[in-house]
Write a protein that binds this ligand. Structure first.
Ligand SMILES: [Ca+2]
Ligand SMILES: [Ca+2]
Length: 101
């Protein structure tokens, strides 16, 4: 992976905004579950969210803000980003299902 830390931070910021579907500045459980269904349909999203909170939610308010998100992924993980990168090319994967009414 050739990206330096500044570049990674930029990518993480984009990821975060992508995950933060309603633009509130925090990722809540609902936003995460929506994303988890797209990224890992085979995994248990509720478990994944618990795991995410345990690792990333430093102030334990059950939401992930950009600072928590970037810090964790800069310090600990990068592998997952390849999967998240997919969303940049398929942003519609995140859109809520179309309701016909
Ligand atoms: Ca949000
Ligand atoms: Ca938090």
């Amino acid at each position: 992976m050739g990206a330096d830390k500044g570049e990674r931070k930029k990518i993480l910021g984009k990821m975060f905004r992508l995950m933060d579907a309603n633009g509130s500045g925090e990722i809540n459980e609902r936003e995460f579950l929506q994303l988890a269904r797209v990224l890992s349909p085979e995994a248990d999203p509720a478990l994944a969210w618990g795991d995410m909170l345990a690792k990333v939610d430093k102030d334990e308010n059950k939401k992930i803000n950009e600072k928590e998100f970037c810090k964790y992924y800069l310090d600990h993980v990068y592998e997952g980003l390849d999967r998240l990168e997919v969303l940049k090319s398929k942003p519609r994967a995140l859109a809520p299902p179309v309701t016909t009414s």
